[in-house]
Design a protein around this ligand. Structure first.
Ligand SMILES: Cc1cc2nc3c(=O)[nH]c(=O)nc-3n(C[C@H](O)[C@H](O)[C@H](O)COP(=O)(O)O)c2cc1C
Length: 202
């Protein structure tokens, strides 16, 4: 059993990354980890959200249910898993804004040796899922965080899209995800907790 403290930070407009994050939470809790599930704060104006019924619906569903991520959620954690929607081949600006607000933690070295891993989604099979994860990892390397990619550390990763950087999924306009990446999320979470446990000496 893990006694790692894990924060899961996601940004999701229409629910996909929320689902990935919930699967990560479920897996981590089953492993015994202490878990916080938080979202990057919304930056889009109300009119933009309202222009997309799926975005508005997800926004309403999570508004008072999921807490917005804070620096304290990062400082508290031994390990952090990020999950972001893809925007033009990179992480969503809401997630980038959250990262960019961590200068204070960075300056005092509080993000050094955080064990991190990332997941993403996009609408097209080759629409930038890998690039989104890599854009996250670039910032996290500046923190001195320890990036834990799944690689091909488990056979299940060959049947769940085969992205060695992190779990990623393709989602259509109706919200259907393919392939079924839940097993990949489970592997990624367990591996992140395993490495974090070794770092914090549990
Ligand atoms: C402004 C914008 C840019 C996007 N850029 C891409 C892209 O570069 N590649 C792609 O495949 N999908 C792109 N998408 C689709 C989103 O990645 C997709 O809706 C998202 O992964 C769904 O995740 P969510 O349900 O968690 O919001 C874009 C969507 C928006 C609104």
């Amino acid at each position: 059993m893990s006694n790692v403290k894990l924060t899961i930070v996601y940004y999701s407009a229409t629910g996909t990354n929320h689902t990935l994050a919930k699967w990560a939470e479920e897996t981590a809790k089953a492993e015994g980890a202490e878990v916080r599930l938080v979202k990057a704060g919304e930056l889009a104006p109300d009119a933009a959200i309202a222009s997309n019924p799926a975005w508005q619906a997800h926004h309403n569903e999570t508004k008072d249910v999921v807490k917005e991520a804070t620096s304290e959620d990062l400082e508290w954690a031994d390990a952090i898993i990020f999950s972001t929607a893809t925007r033009f081949g990179g992480m969503a600006s809401q997630m980038k804004q959250f990262l960019d607000m961590q200068g204070g933690l960075w300056a005092k070295g509080a993000l050094v040796n955080k064990v991190v891993s990332a997941m993403s989604s996009a609408q097209n099979d080759h629409g930038g899922q890998e690039a989104s994860i890599l854009s996250l990892y670039t910032s996290l390397m500046h923190w001195g965080a320890i990036v834990v990619p799944p690689g091909y550390s488990d056979p299940v990763l060959f049947t769940t899209g085969g992205n060695p950087y992190g779990t990623s999924v393709t989602v259509d306009a109706e919200g259907n995800m393919s392939p079924d990446v839940k097993p990949a999320v489970e592997v990624q979470v367990k591996r992140t907790l395993d490495i974090a446990g070794r770092i914090v000496g549990n």
